[in-house]
Design a protein around this ligand. Sequence first.
Ligand code: FDA
Length: 496
Amino acid sequence: EPGAQVAALVIGSGYGGSVTALRLAQAGVDVHMVEMGMAWDTPGTDGKIFANTTSPDYRSFWLRTRTKQPLSNFLGFPLDRDVPRYTGILDAEEMGGIVVYQGRGVGGGSLVNGGMAVTPERSRFPAVLPSVDADEMYDVYYPRANSTLGVRTIDPAWFDTTEAYTYARVGRKHAQRSGFRFVFVPNVYDWDYMKREAEGSVPRSALAGEILYGNNHGKKSLPKTYLAQARATGRVTISPLHRVTSVTPATGGYSVTVEQLDTTGTVTATKTVTARRVFFAAGSVGTSKLLVRLKGTGALPALNHEVGNGWGENGNVMCGRANHLWDPTGALQSSIPTAGIDNWAAGGAFAEVAPLPTGIETWASFYLSITNNPHRARFTWNAAAGKVELDWQTAWKQPSITMAKTIFDKINAKEGTIYRSDLFGVHKIWGDHLTYHPLGGAVLDKATDNYGRLRGYSGLYVMDGALIPGNVSVNPFVTITALAERNIERIIADDF
Ligand code: FDA
């Protein structure tokens, strides 16, 4: 309510925000979460909450009138289509030189992501977060994050026999024949539910291709894990379709300005509340944009010069390979990836064997690679244009392509196969225009202290992917969750 006073206000309800809300509430603190996306708890016109990946509709994209699908083409045909402007679930945010995909709604990225829940190898951790004690992370916070998220690995016997992972077994065979390390990748999907999908005893979700615009059944997204536990404390309230636009010091803490949106994105009310403490958990891009704007406009002038720095895209690059006719990848493909090719140490690339759930046999293998791209971009305030800009350069993806090629050039040579060039345009092999993994912009121990307290202000914190300087070497949400667990434990002990 306008004029309200809250003990702790959390901006955003993704991983960082959900950890923060749960642990504060368990410590007896009343928490209010502000989320610009929808609640995603009500069925749409077809009786389902979420749209299918193969047929995007009004629910699929955040305030666009035409879809912007990551795989834009197939067999030479463009796939994008017109949709009504709506506060849909997936934001394809066009920043300088890169399209950044992000989840919008209560649960943030957990609503749209592949659920791949990967803890980086311990030897790589010092490069990921140099100021963090690795022993504590691997003994306490990674285990806590994995268990609260409900992370599990697929039953290898079922993997070996189910039709739905034919594509991943082809991926394994090709990786191993070229001498690469093949690894199972844990996931938050309910594997027992998926087995029942295959038997036909429950409605299909992963086996119906649901993923990018939400899963109607088997995925344990944050509303089923951290946020369910947070709500059960009775101390957490959430306002969906509310967007924070300003935070500035005021008597009793901070004055927070919040816009209420309708489903066309129109602002229907502007409210001001006072919060004793404010936790920025709007995601790497959301938090960075807010902080850079607030520093630039003078609402939070004492934020330090590191705010906006150290942004990276986790080296994401996609590609497809065309297989021989004797290597079908299956008409039925589980939308939940469960396998990877690890060539990080030798080539700087970790490739997910990803699904291409078109419902038809494509003889294609599809991969999302995470690479050790060294480039880092910066968010700055453009006062004349009144907006935050990111200086990422399109050409900065070249190192990622070179690293991904250490895997796929070798596999193609061994198998006598070629790259697909019909998935990202016409005659375009590399999906190098996008990222699913924005990281950094308010880096730990630089823009904040070593626990996420923003330098220059007491009672302001960063809790999300903005803390991580650009690369995790694997999919990021387990690390974002574990870091938030570590930081909030210290903040509760020392600041409350
Ligand atoms: P996150 O983005 O989750 O949450 C931020 C929330 O804040 C959002 O809900 C947003 O709407 C809200 N917000 C932003 N600005 C606001 C404002 N001003 N006011 C109010 N609310 C605001 N990772 C992984 O580990 N394994 C995987 O398989 C995948 N797969 C994948 C697929 C796709 C398609 C995407 C887009 C992403 C992934 N990811 C992934 C990435 C993963 O989802 C991502 O790293 C995390 O969701 C980031 O967590 P955060 O807590 O940082 O922010």
